[in-house]
Design a protein around this ligand. Structure first.
Ligand SMILES: [Zn+2]
Length: 262
């Protein structure tokens, strides 16, 4: 078993669990080693010196000893920060947890993840903390992660003829968009409106680092949520615990809206 002694790495705390009487197991998304579980001795004692380093969503530079398999160890941190808004807001919190859950499902424990993906996850969570629409940031991560789950929908042009002229519709059986001439090929196509198609295409290529503001109509957001849920349940088959709460929030919004309509 290889050990990396005294190494520095960027990390974001995903979750933690009590372990025995005084200790904790802390799961951290790292830039160099993927998702690692750290054994933190004495973490539950009062006045523990690394207490703030192992709070959920703490992030910064950590140093310690990393084992390729099994538990790793933190010796210290620097430039440690908290995502204050995420910490304080249960809604932002559940979106951020969901994104970190997806990271776990996509890359697994002890598997190094490409730097580009660490940056994407970190940027997404940073943007949610800055209160850019968390539903949209999450959609972007979900769409871009499809490739990692072995489902990369072809969204550049019509799958059949390569036309870039809309209107388009999305076909699960063809794994991408069809131009109107080719809609007849799939009667079970998703029948999406053009605005939803536009955002699906945009989200597949957008660079989160370049994203400074985004406004999507509530109706389109619902369509995006529904479309991505369909793709995830039909083709990815991954379900993250934090998603349940996001779905519940969605149905509360619906209820409130119905009440408002009366
Ligand atoms: Zn076509």
């Amino acid at each position: 078993m290889a050990t990396h002694q005294g190494v520095d790495f960027q990390g974001i705390v995903i979750s933690r669990n009590d372990y025995k009487e005084r200790d904790m197991l802390v799961k951290i998304l790292t830039d160099k080693f993927g998702i690692k579980t750290f054994f933190v001795r004495g973490a539950r004692k009062r006045g523990f010196k690394l207490a703030s380093a192992i709070l959920p969503f703490s992030h910064g530079v950590y140093f310690g000893n990393i084992n390729d398999q099994g538990l790793s160890f933190i010796n210290g941190t620097r430039e440690l920060e908290q995502y204050q808004q995420i910490y304080a807001d249960i809604k932002l919190n559940s979106y951020a947890s969901y994104i970190l859950g997806l990271a776990g499902a996509a890359f697994g424990n002890d598997e190094p993840l490409p730097k580009v993906w660490f940056d994407k996850f970190a940027t997404a969570i940073g943007l949610i903390n800055e209160e850019l629409d968390p539903a949209i940031i999450t959609n972007i991560i979900e769409i871009q992660l499809l490739e990692r789950f072995g489902v990369k929908p072809f969204l550049e042009s019509c799958v059949i003829c390569g036309s870039t002229q809309g209107p388009f519709d999305f076909s699960e059986s063809y794994g991408g968009i069809l131009c109107q001439q080719h809609w007849y090929l799939d009667i079970h196509r998703m029948h999406l409106d053009q605005r939803t198609i536009y955002y699906l295409r945009l989200f597949s290529v957008v660079d989160l680092k370049q994203l400074h503001s985004i406004k999507v109509k509530p109706e389109t957001k619902q369509h995006l949520r529904h479309t991505i849920d369909t793709l995830y349940s039909d083709e990815v088959g991954v379900y993250i615990k934090a998603k349940k709460f996001i779905d519940q929030m969605g149905s509360w919004d619906q209820l409130l809206k119905k009440d408002g309509d009366r």
